[in-house]
Design a protein around this ligand. Sequence first.
Ligand code: CA
Length: 241
Amino acid sequence: MARDAGYSEWRDPQKDQFVRALVVEDDKNLNRQLVDALTDAGFAVDSAADGEEGFFLGETEPYDVVVLDIGLPKMDGLSVLEQWRRQDKKMPVILLTARDRWSDKVSGMDAGADDYLAKPFHMEELLARVRAQVRRASGHAKSEIECGTLRLDTKTARVTVDGQPVKLTSHEYRLLAYLLHHNGRVVSRTELVEHLYEQDFDRDSNTIEVFIGRLRKKIPPEMIVTIRGLGYRLSPDGNDA
Ligand code: CA
């Protein structure tokens, strides 16, 4: 029953066809879990177990979204992605990285990844990110996110307040982008630590407070509301409502 609901939900109204996803993952179990989860969510899913096959499928089939592991036999995920991009294939690609490989994430973004997810991950989060990419790619979402006078362009990674550019470090940027993406709800410190920072990052959630403090010096400070004992919420005018 969930499947029927999923299919209608993910039928692209403009193309009137199923949204196609490709999974490239050599871990058999994970590959299967990904295929099952995406299929249940209504996607039409193909899968490949090595880089060469994955590359070939992505080169020849019009996928709407790809979930691509980095560590793959025959051809690694980054090379697959780079070659697709060189061929001007623009489908959104979410990279799966090993938790402890911070450098993978950087190389992944450089290679043209739209998002990445560190293993192990919750399938729900993967699905949420896949949906976000599909939405973005089909133009349902703007690349600009706003909150009051604050504006963040996810394509150019540019942040402005009242039209004035704000210079942020990459940690500050990721923190702000995460808060903006989850605008309207309280985001806990633990969630921020888990979603934003690599494993070897100082996981003491007090560090988040430090970054929040720095952000408040760069954007209107009242915009980041501290919800005692719970976390933070963005607010255009500082009202905790
Ligand atoms: Ca692998």
